[in-house]
Design a protein. Structure first.
Length: 312
């Protein structure tokens, strides 16, 4: 009797697996930029660490400054330096000829803290610059205990009279110090409000007539617009407004004085405010001596003849 042999059923075939796709590594723009740098990532990490450290140090420093810790440390340091012998005990002044040295000493030693470490050199210089005589100043330390003050002085150029007060001024009109009639130096006198600020203008004006500069006794700034010049021989010259007009008038007067000797002959005033007119003011009889009166009239006649000759 025959038997049927049953074959086992074959297992169902599994579908073939698709080949695995390789993962694509995407690089960010930042990473690409870092990789392109000619510096290794390790070096960049070190730089980053240093940057963070410096930033933290700055934050701590700001916090210490805000809470007053820095100022306290500086104060303790300055006191320690002072206790060690580095403290201002002497002041050496250089370049002071006319200035009062005691005034400079008082200014230089005005600070409460005399420690060389705490000394505010710029503060000392700023205080010195408030003193009229000082044009410029340089302040420095000389260890262990000397403060050196190097001064550039202003040069007196005129005396300013205003509100019955006399003051010495330089060529720019800076007030140097008050003076009295007894102590007045032999300098031109400028009179009137703000006349000190016009001292440079007057100097430029007189440069056009150097022969008259030595004969000048003073000048009055009239109405904040023009000059009246007063000469040592007693005459007054009234100049027109405006610097250019005044220069022309003064040059013309210097020429006429050189040709006809106008100064020193008794004339009281020369008025040149009007460019087209030259007016003389003569003294009255009894106001001056007969000789001066005669001299003034002779000078006026000579000037009139010379003017008529030029016009003719």
């Amino acid at each position: 009797m025959s038997q049927k042999i049953k074959r086992p059923k074959s297992a169902p075939r599994r579908p073939a697996r698709a080949p695995k796709k390789r993962k694509t590594i995407r690089t960010s723009r930042v990473d690409a930029f870092i990789n392109a740098l000619p510096v290794s990532p390790q070096r960049l990490q070190q730089v980053a660490n240093w940057t963070i450290g410096i930033g933290l140090f700055a934050v701590v420093g700001l916090a210490a400054h805000a809470t007053g810790v820095t100022a306290k440390v500086q104060e303790e340091y300055a006191q320690a330096v002072g206790r060690a012998g580095f403290q201002v005990k002497k002041v050496e002044v250089v370049g002071a000829d006319r200035i009062d040295r005691l005034k400079v000493y008082d200014i230089a030693l005005a600070q409460k803290d005399r420690s060389m470490a705490a000394l505010d050199l710029e503060g000392v210089r700023a205080d010195l610059m408030k003193y009229g005589w000082i044009k410029d100043a340089r302040v420095s330390r000389r260890l262990p205990d000397t403060l050196v003050v190097d001064i550039v002085e202003r040069t007196p150029a005129a005396i300013w009279q205003h509100n019955n007060r006399l003051s010495l001024i330089d060529e720019k009109g800076v007030v140097l110090e008050p003076v009295t009639i007894a102590t007045m130096p032999d300098l031109p006198l400028v009179i009137g409000p703000k006349a000190n600020r016009r001292a440079q203008d007057l100097d430029r004006l007189l440069a056009e007539a150097s022969s008259l500069k030595e004969l000048l006794a003073g000048a009055t700034w009239v109405g904040n617009r023009r000059w009246d010049l007063r000469f040592r021989s007693g005459e007054t010259l009234s100049l027109p407004e405006g610097e250019e007009a005044a220069k022309k008038a003064l040059a013309k007067f210097a020429h006429m004085d050189g040709a006809n000797r106008l100064l020193g002959r008794g004339i009281l005033r020369f008025d040149m405010r009007d460019p087209d007119r030259f007016v003389l003011r003569l003294p009255h009889e009894g106001q001056v001596s007969p000789a001066k009166l005669e001299g003034a009239r002779a000078a006026a006649d000579a000037l009139a003849a010379a003017t008529a000759a030029e016009e003719g």
